[in-house]
Design a protein around this ligand. Sequence first.
Ligand code: SF4
Length: 234
Amino acid sequence: MPWIGVFQQADSWNNVVDTRATEMTNIAKVKWSGYILAVQPRIRLMRSFDQRQHSYHGYVLRIEGTYGDDSGEFLIAVGKSANEKHQFRVGMKLSGLAMPVPDQRLEIAGFYKTSSITVSKVAEPRISSSPPFNGVPPNLGTYRNRGHRRLDPRTYESKCNTCIWGCRMPVEITEDHWNPSRKRYRFETFCYGPKNCSFYKAGATRKVPGRSGMTWEEEDWVDDDATAHRGLDE
Ligand code: SF4
């Protein structure tokens, strides 16, 4: 089985479709185990021209370990209550059950519906003082309150994919609100971290397609506005 969802290309377009993939109801959960390499929030973004809305689903664990008979690096989606209970952080060894995500446009993780999590090695809950920042990620309300700035996808892949403030989001775009069943899908990367982080690079502005060939460009002021309540080192 391939490692689904681990190395998807950032900000790539997926096909335009009208319906989401059918739920894979008959697939049994498979046992996985390994060490946590990173914990990041599991947040989706819905765009409609200049409007955007987030939904907060939990966390994504980057695991080095085994899933079924395969071994390697993979991403496991977990709920917010699991994080409250286990306080996930880099270095923990754990196991659980999960199943493949049926629609890879909607999750960055390859596996979800995670259950029966057992922690066999606990790591120190230290937060690093320099980037990338590790430690136990905050609750999802903290991410919402902090707001984000766009993050260059190449910087995310090379420097930020183990930072608790980095987030790669599945994005669902409604081009025409008179025809809302027609969607586009892509992935975008963001930073919720301190504004003076030395790793930060904004990258190109994001463009959102709309009706009749129109395009909304999300300029710098959107990020400035979303994080204006935070100081440079917050
Ligand atoms: S730029 Fe953001 S996500 Fe990347 S290391 Fe710095 S705080 Fe973390």
